[in-house]
Design a protein around this ligand. Structure first.
Ligand SMILES: [Ca+2]
Length: 430
């Protein structure tokens, strides 16, 4: 057996040698124990290779499979890359369109936001308009009511003519003496008058007839007038005593100087609280135009308004009272300065009046609604120009209503009023 093995081995070795040259003799080699300790024989190498070949083959097969897989996967990846490239190209090709859509949708979103904002703003506007509408409806209702009131008022018969009483006389007391008992408009003709003129007579139930010279009641007539206007009179006479006027210096002169019978001037004032006060002056006269319609009276007879015509001590200067008295003063207007002042009182205070330097009483002054006017004027340019009677209210208080009226002095006792003592009076007293 050993022989055969050796022979075989030898044969195998020979064949190995041949095989080596030919390369196809691996199957016939017999492995020996000496392999690995000694230098390998040709057969040992062949056997060793043979032994590991299948495993290597399997591994190779596996590797081949893996490589195939990898190859497949690579192919897939390549395909994918191609696909992606194509897609990318396609996407690039279609990009402009999608940009348009994105832009469009962005625009739409912007529009929606804008509309939302617009809706909120419009809702606020609607609310405001609703409020205005409500206010207007309320106002319309008020106007409708007013319209109704006016309609009813218009249904009343209109008075298109002024009723003038038929009785005449030299003054209102003369008219009352003739039996007139109604206050209203009458023609009077003082003794020296060339023609009759219209006056308002305030006649009471006892038969006292007051001739009214001046009336302030609502500020509707501007009392800033010139010499001629104060001379002739201005404003409006009304049969029911509802208007403002100055009867006129010439008429006052004719009325107050027509006879030896002295007159009393009564000044009536109403303040803005509705309080009424009076001041009476005995032997009231207005001089002729030649004497610049000078004011004179004998004395203050009484009345609860105090004697402002006598001047007033304002505390500014010891001469205050002297320079603010009115008895004996000539009449001044802005265009005719007859006052005792270096300047022009009538121009400064915008009135016509018996100015001194300048006044403590000023019934033709500017009409100030509400009374107190000090805070309403610029005192560097405007002085105490209101409707003033300083022995009742301060010079910064303007009266609501004034009346200047005259009556023969004998009616003062006859009318049940104050008893009057007549004092002699001359120009030397002023
Ligand atoms: Ca002057």
């Amino acid at each position: 057996m050993a022989f055969s093995y050796t022979v075989a081995c030898l044969l195998a070795l020979c064949s190995m040698a041949r095989a080596q040259s030919r390369g196809d003799y691996s199957d016939v080699c017999v492995p020996t124990d000496g392999f690995g300790t000694y230098c390998p024989t040709t057969c040992g190498v062949a056997d060793y290779l043979h032994k590991y070949k299948p495993e290597m083959d399997r591994d190779l097969d596996d590797l081949e499979e893996i490589l195939q897989e990898i190859s497949n996967m690579t192919k897939g990846a390549q395909d994918k890359v191609v696909y992606m490239r194509d897609s990318s190209t396609d996407a690039q090709k279609s990009a402009p369109r999608s940009d348009v859509y994105i832009q469009k949708s962005t625009n739409m979103l912007d529009d929606i936001l804008r509309f939302e904002r617009s809706i909120v703003a419009q809702e606020a506007q609607i609310y405001e308009l609703q409020e205005i509408l409500d206010a207007n409806e309320k106002r319309m209702l008020q106007l409708k009511q007013l319209s109704l009131q006016l309609e009813q008022k218009c249904k009343l018969p209109c008075k298109d003519t002024v009723q003038i009483q038929p009785v005449t006389g030299k003054d209102c007391q003369d008219i009352a003496n003739k039996g007139a008992r109604t206050s209203g408009l009458y023609f009077v003709k003082p003794l020296q008058a060339k023609e009759q003129f219209l006056v308002y007579c305030d006649i009471d139930s006892t038969g006292s007839g007051w001739t009214v010279l001046q009336r302030r009641r609502d500020g509707t007539v501007d009392f800033k007038k010139n010499w001629i206007q104060y001379k002739e009179g201005f404003g409006y006479l009304s049969p029911d005593d509802t208007t403002e006027y100055w009867l006129g210096n010439e008429k006052m002169h004719l009325l107050s100087t027509q006879s030896q019978l002295p007159y009393v001037l009564r000044i009536e004032m109403v303040d803005w609280k509705g309080q009424k006060r009076t001041a009476d002056y005995a032997m009231f006269k207005v001089g002729s135009e030649a004497d610049q319609y000078r004011l004179t009276y004998a004395y203050h007879m009484g009345g609860d308004a105090g004697d402002a015509f006598d001047g007033y001590d304002f505390g500014d200067d010891p001469s205050d009272k002297f320079f603010t008295s009115h008895n004996g003063m000539q009449f001044s207007t802005y265009d005719r300065d007859n006052d005792k002042y270096d300047g022009n009182c009538a121009l400064q205070d915008g009135s016509g009046w018996w100015m001194n330097r300048c006044h403590a009483a000023h019934l033709n002054g500017k009409y100030y609604q509400g009374g107190d006017y000090e805070s309403r004027i610029d005192k560097s340019t405007t002085f105490d120009n209101g409707i003033i009677w300083v022995t009742w209210h301060s010079r910064w208080y303007s009266m609501k209503e004034t009346t200047m009226k005259m009556i023969p002095i004998n009616r003062m006792s006859a009318g049940g009023g104050q008893q009057v003592g007549v004092k002699q009076f001359g120009l030397g007293d002023i």
